[in-house]
Design a protein around this ligand. Structure first.
Ligand code: SF4
Length: 210
């Protein structure tokens, strides 16, 4: 079995899937999407973003001035709308004061955790912050890249192992998401047809036992 590292994982996924050119949306809409996508699928986020767009609520001033019930109604399709409406207002408040916040400032906002902050930093503020989500950890652990106790340790690991470049971080995250959704699913991963099976500890074990 070949030894896999983040760089070869990226190259293999990129070769297989091609450029992903993520993240959908532009401007402050990206930050809104990063909050709305917490605990839900992007399909639901799209519905909420469409409502916000129709209601002219895709900017921080409009969100902050909007009536709570009205805002909740618009973002209902993304779930957890009570909390998310508060998070959106918190973020809008910060954005009006400082439209170029640091990671520390973002993390100080209630409702913004590391994954949301890094999505905003990478996709909106063009800062090379590697995003760690459950997809990244699932694939990395199954392949056997390593085993770390926390998301911040995984982040350190990836940022040490790959070139700190916005375009690579951007593509890498998108590739991990697509791979986790198509092959490396939480239950019933499609190891027998996965292009990474020869380099993957979990895939090898899975296939050897068949
Ligand atoms: S071989 Fe299986 S466990 Fe490994 S990356 Fe592919 S789908 Fe995931």
């Amino acid at each position: 079995m070949n030894i896999m590292d983040p760089k070869s994982l990226f190259n293999k996924m990129h070769l297989f899937y091609g450029d992903q050119n993520w993240w959908p949306g532009e401007g402050f809409e990206i930050a809104i999407g990063a909050i709305l996508t917490q605990n839900t699928s992007w399909k639901n986020v799209e519905k909420a973003l469409k409502n916000l767009s129709k209601a002219s609520l895709l900017n921080p001033h409009a969100i902050l001035q909007s009536k709570n019930d009205f805002l909740k109604e618009q973002i209902k399709p993304s779930g957890y709308f009570n909390q998310k409406s508060i998070y959106l207002k918190n973020l809008s408040k910060l954005w009006i004061e400082n439209p170029n916040p640091s990671r520390k400032e973002l993390l100080a906002v209630k409702g913004i955790g590391a994954e949301t902050a890094d999505s905003i930093l990478l996709y909106l503020l063009n800062t090379p912050e590697f995003i760690i989500d459950t997809y990244t950890i699932r694939i990395s652990e199954r392949i056997g890249l390593g085993s770390f106790q926390s998301k911040s340790k995984w982040k350190e690991y990836f940022e040490k192992k790959i070139e700190k470049k916005i375009s690579i971080f951007n593509e890498f995250h998108a590739l991990l998401v697509i791979h986790a959704k198509t092959y490396c699913r939480k239950t019933n991963p499609l190891c027998s047809s996965c292009f990474l099976r020869e380099d993957c500890q979990f895939g090898k074990k899975n296939l050897d036992s068949i």
